[in-house]
Write a protein that binds this ligand. Structure first.
Ligand SMILES: O=C1O[C@H](COP(=O)(O)O)[C@@H](O)[C@H](O)[C@H]1O
Length: 348
């Protein structure tokens, strides 16, 4: 099982007790040199949507669901009793993919978002030489700023693991969103040129091994917001946003062609406030305002969603509507009990 580069030994570990406070300024490693150069055209696309009853599903089972290129891609929904189980399984999933790609090509290119996803990545406590980290979106703020997605990840796990600083690709601090987006796209092109990052043969866009994404209550993914013209972007890899409806207004974001060219995408969603968006995402048709999620559906690997604890009953729905009062009554309660809830159809 030994691997020279991996995100292993992360399972069932506890949350580090020495996490710094968000106010601690990070000492940001900024990328320059990379040495990995191997290539692979292997791709995973997951078929089968259904119930996952065992939160310790092994990767071999996941792999058995992989389809060959060109076959219809479907999504898989995983539902967890608690956010803790979600975090453990997310770490295992990521570690297994890391092992696979590091063995195949000596590197594992992984992209993270900001937001609540980062907390659910806390089980990633050991990251080896092969992990290459990029951000699917970033706010145009200094790296030590509270709004920085880089700082969020740095404080939560990047500062805790022995990842080479040169493997961490934060955005360059730029005076404008446009300049930052251009710079980051150049950075991606450099990774492609040096053989660290593959390019999808079918789309011509960069093909990351894994994208770990969150989703906002409005259904936004990365900094692609429902109804925003950037959702239709077909050429650029990285785009600037100057009118984000969620502050801060200046951001950069990967475009959908890049996100959808990834080998694997995990959309990690927690919280009752996102139940409506989840329901819409799982429907075959839905309100146009959630079109962002539908765009992502094209290559979505799976949702990682936590659900009611077994002892919950219909009253739990009311609890969840109160917000975060009960830490175990996350998400999907509304979806689960809604007469229109497609999630129920998906998992039963
Ligand atoms: O602004 C952002 O929001 C989304 C969702 O965040 P969450 O806290 O609701 O999970 C996040 O995925 C994105 O990276 C971030 O820039």
């Amino acid at each position: 099982m030994a691997s020279s580069c991996f995100l292993r030994q992360i399972l069932f570990s506890s949350l580090p007790t020495n996490l710094p406070s968000r106010s601690d300024p990070p000492s940001p490693p900024f990328p320059k040199n990379l040495s990995c150069s191997a290539h692979s055209t292997a791709s995973l696309s997951i078929s089968s949507i259904g119930r996952l009853t065992n939160s310790r599903r092994k990767l071999s089972e996941v792999r058995s669901m992989a389809t060959e290129k060109g076959k219809e891609e479907k999504k898989r929904v995983e539902i967890f009793d608690t956010e803790e189980n979600l975090a453990v399984e997310l770490a295992k999933y990521t570690a297994d993919l890391s092992d696979k790609y590091c063995k195949e090509k000596g590197a594992f290119t992984v992209v993270v978002s900001g937001g609540s996803l980062i907390k659910s990545l806390r089980k990633l406590v050991e990251i080896g030489q092969g992990g290459i980290f990029c951000w699917v979106d970033e706010r145009v703020v200094p790296k030590h700023h509270e709004d920085s997605n880089y700082k969020l990840a740095y404080d939560a796990f990047l500062s805790k693991v022995p990842i080479p600083p040169g493997n961490v690709y934060a955005i360059n601090e730029s005076p404008s969103a446009e300049a930052a987006a251009e710079d980051y796209e150049t950075c991606l092109k450099h990774l492609v040129k040096t053989g660290v990052l593959r390019v999808s043969e079918s789309t011509g866009f960069p093909k990351f091994d894994l994208m770990l994404l969150g989703m906002g209550p409005d259904g936004h993914v990365a900094s692609l917001f429902p109804g925003h013209g950037l959702c239709d972007e077909e050429k650029r890899w990285v785009a600037s946003v100057t009118d984000s409806p969620k502050p801060p207004s200046e951001r950069i974001t990967f475009t959908f062609p890049v996100i959808n060219s990834s080998a694997c995408v995990a959309l990690v969603v927690c919280g009752s406030g996102k139940a409506e968006a989840v329901e819409a995402a799982l429907k075959k048709t839905g309100d146009v305002y959630l079109r962002v999620v539908f765009l992502l559906r094209r290559s979505l690997f799976g949702f990682l969603i936590n659900r009611l604890v077994p002892s919950c009953n219909d009253r739990c729905f009311e609890t969840c509507q109160c917000g975060w009062a009960s830490p175990v009554c996350f998400l999907v309660c509304w979806v689960w009990f809604s007469p229109f809830g497609v999630l129920r159809e998906a998992v039963l």
